[in-house]
Structures are given as structure tokens and as C-alpha cells.
Design a protein around this ligand. Structure first.
Ligand code: PAF
Length: 265
């Protein structure tokens, strides 16, 4: 694969990359659509990365449908679909890239090593695909922040493009894990987006999130925080661009969501 030399669609070498773990849904397909704006050449990878699963049960249960996913990715505009094996990505014991302290906050508290595993695989995927642009969804907001930081700090010549989170018509953030919720679980899970929509226009988003989420039936809160989008520290009274991050469990399924809060003047 060729080395990236330009960030413009007009240049032949532009190549947009959408890394995925498969189980593609409309959220992933929107990343592919966005990728087409940056290059006619869109590579989609489908690789369930064992390094980012701290729970072997979660890894085993991760939905896999490589043929269906490849067809869906091509129908959405992918020009190449790459489905590497574990041995191809990790031919020997990999050296793990550490993302540092940011990897142990919020999502990292209960998922030690998760973001190290993500960045380690993204590094390997980038080295093979050599994209000029890579698209990551805002659904995994901490992942997006960490990847942008790692790319900037290591002068990696890939432009990271963020794509908006996509919701179902009932408000639930699209996720490959939603299929495991069941009917009641799906209904219980709606409290997350309701809490976020209410918090977004509240004068005290932390209190609003607590009010909705601390004793919601069928929902076990992991964390609900309002962070500063620039630093990823907890937001203060000085923070203008704030975002609420929520994670929790419904019917044994871990769900993540986030939303921008009203901008502080
Ligand atoms: O967001 C995901 O699906 C994964 O974390 C990624 C970026 C494909 C790395 O395995």
C-alpha cells in the first residue's frame, strides 16, 4: 500500500480508513459515508482486537459476521475491506503502547489496559493501511480523544476525522452491543439518552444526570461525568466546552453514551 502524501481528495494518494471490529450498523456505515468525502479510496478493516478486551467473556460474545459486514461495508462505499487474522496483526507477542494516565480515567477505571490495546492495534492497522485520513466515531469519545492525542504527540501523518454519534429514533445510541439487550433491556436503556438530553440544557448537568441515572430501574450506573472536551479533566465553572459521558449496564450489556452540554458563555 502506498505512503500517504496529501490530505486532499484531489490528490490521488489520499486514502481514507475506517477501522472497525465488525457487527456493522448504521453508525459504522455513516463513518464510511463520511470517509468518501476525504477520498474515493476507502479501506474498512474488520478485526476484533483481543488486546482491548479485559473480559474474555465479552470477547467471546462479541458478534461476528465477516461476510455480512464485508457486503454492508462495500454497499456503503468501501473500496477495500480488510479482515486480518489475529496472527496477521500480532505475529508475535506485541509490544503494548501505553497511553498513560488518561487511559485509566472514566472508561479506563473498570477496563484496565483497554485504551492501550486500542492504540496498539490502531498503530498496527495504520502501518499496514497507511491512510491519509482515519475516521473515528464520537460514540467512543474517550477513544477518539486518546487517538487524537497519540497521533499529535507522535507526529503520525494521519488526519483523524471525528464522526457524530448516531441514535436510533427512540434516542438509544447505536452500538453493536444493542442486539444483546432484549426488549425490556432496550426500554430500560433509554434512560441514558433521556438523562443526557435533559442534562444538555440543564444549569447543573451533573445533578440532572444523577437524578435520572442513580436509581433507574434495570440500569446500573458505572459513571456519569461532565468533562472538559479540551483537556478531558472534569469540567469546572470555567469550562466552556463540556461533554457528559455515561456508562452503565443493562441486562448484562455495557452501554456507553455521551453528549455535548450547553456551551457556557
Ligand atoms: O472503535 C472500535 O471499533 C475499535 O476500538 C477500533 C478503533 C476499531 C480498534 O479496535
Amino acid at each position: 500500500m502506498s505512503t500517504p502524501s496529501s490530505a486532499s481528495k484531489a490528490t490521488k494518494a489520499a486514502k481514507a480508513f475506517v477501522p472497525t471490529m465488525g457487527a456493522l450498523h448504521a453508525g459504522h456505515l455513516s463513518l464510511i459515508t463520511l470517509a468518501k468525502k476525504y477520498s474515493d479510496d476507502v479501506v474498512v478493516s474488520i478485526f476484533v482486537n483481543p488486546l482491548q478486551f479485559e473480559n474474555p467473556d465479552d470477547l467471546a460474545k462479541y458478534p461476528r459476521d465477516s461476510d455480512g459486514d464485508s457486503a454492508a461495508a462495500r454497499a456503503a462505499g468501501a473500496t477495500q475491506v480488510w479482515t486480518p487474522t489475529v496472527a496477521e496483526i500480532y505475529p508475535s507477542t506485541p509490544e503494548i503502547i501505553s497511553v498513560g494516565e488518561i487511559g485509566s480515567r472514566y472508561e479506563g477505571v473498570n477496563r484496565p489496559g483497554h485504551f492501550d490495546g486500542v492504540v496498539t492495534v490502531v498503530d498496527r492497522l495504520f502501518k499496514t493501511v497507511q491512510p491519509t485520513h482515519a475516521i473515528f466515531g464520537e460514540k467512543d469519545f474517550q477513544q477518539l480523544f486518546i487517538i487524537k492525542k497519540w497521533v499529535a504527540e507522535n507526529n503520525i501523518p494521519v488526519e483523524i476525522i471525528s464522526a457524530p454519534l448516531i441514535r436510533d429514533s427512540d434516542g438509544l445510541a447505536l452500538s453493536s452491543r444493542n442486539v444483546r439487550l432484549g426488549e425490556q433491556g432496550r426500554s430500560d436503556a433509554l434512560v441514558i439518552s433521556r438523562a443526557l438530553f435533559a442534562a444538555a440544557t440543564s444549569n447543573d448537568p451533573d445533578a440532572t444526570l444523577r437524578e435520572f441515572l442513580s436509581a433507574a430501574p434495570g440500569f446500573t450506573l458505572d459513571y456519569a461525568v461532565v468533562i472538559d472536551e479540551e483537556s478531558f479533566e472534569l469540567a469546572t465553572s470555567q469550562t466552556s466546552r463540556r461533554r457528559a459521558l455515561v456508562a452503565g449496564w443493562v441486562n448484562g450489556v455495557r452501554l456507553l453514551d455521551n453528549m455535548a452540554m450547553k456551551v457556557r458563555a
